[in-house]
Design a protein around this ligand. Structure first.
Ligand code: MLT
Length: 219
């Protein structure tokens, strides 16, 4: 079954789980890995992240903003020069969702538009795929569901759940990324317009990115 959770709740085991937080955590992580970052260790809290200071670059956001003592925030544009680096990342929804699903599948994949086709090609090999949208502080995210819908559209020869159908028809109505949900508006108000443009870009990278044994890395 191809299934979509609009929020990271009532989760189940699946052959593959695809975590989506297109604005911005999964876009940022895919970008960092594509630019040669060794791996990313997602953690839930700022305090946990700070414990790794010195050994890792300490990265993330709260309320969209980089904590003052962190090395980098959560803008994908900050991760073009990270070759050989190891990152700790903590974000409001995205990294928490990765931690939530970590015991539910042997194949946990990050979903974004920037490496869309590479990921879709990988997913064609499976019949039981659960897309988990990170959402926005417990509310659904218009942008995450678009990414899920775009994937479902490419997998529509398989058995689809009702939530997969809803996502797919929403995507087919839009036909291209349209970022004007609540979180997109908030990022705009924080002057992250360039992050929105970047996260909409299709297939900048030809990699599949996975989360395994506590690390995000290229598959
Ligand atoms: C999150 O994890 O909630 C987001 O990536 C927030 C953000 O846009 O920085």
């Amino acid at each position: 079954m191809i299934d979509v959770k609009f929020l990271p709740e009532k989760l189940r085991k699946a052959q593959v789980i695809v975590v989506i937080d297109v604005l911005r955590a999964t876009t940022t992580m895919v970008t960092a890995i594509a630019n040669g970052c060794k791996y990313i260790k997602p953690v839930e809290t700022l305090e946990k992240a700070r414990k790794f200071k010195g050994e890792f670059l300490i990265c993330g956001e709260r309320d969209g903003i980089k904590p003052r003592d962190f090395d980098c925030g959560n803008s994908p544009l900050e991760y073009t020069n990270v070759k050989g680096e190891k990152l700790i990342l903590t974000t409001t929804n995205g990294t928490k969702t990765l931690k939530k699903v970590e015991k539910l599948s042997n194949n946990i994949i990050l979903g974004a538009f920037v490496n869309f086709t590479a990921t879709l090609n990988f997913l064609q090999n499976f019949s039981d795929i659960l897309f988990v949208c990170a959402g926005n502080n417990g509310e659904i995210s218009f942008e995450d569901i678009q990414v899920a819908g775009a994937f479902v559209h490419g997998l529509s020869n398989k058995m689809l759940s009702d939530s997969a159908l809803v996502s797919m028809y929403m995507w087919e109505g839009l036909k291209k990324p349209n970022f004007f949900g609540v979180h997109a508006k908030k990022l705009k108000s924080l002057h992250f317009d360039k992050d929105l443009d970047f996260a909409k870009k299709l297939d900048l990278y030809d990699i599949v990115v996975e989360y395994k044994y506590g690390k995000v890395k290229a598959r």
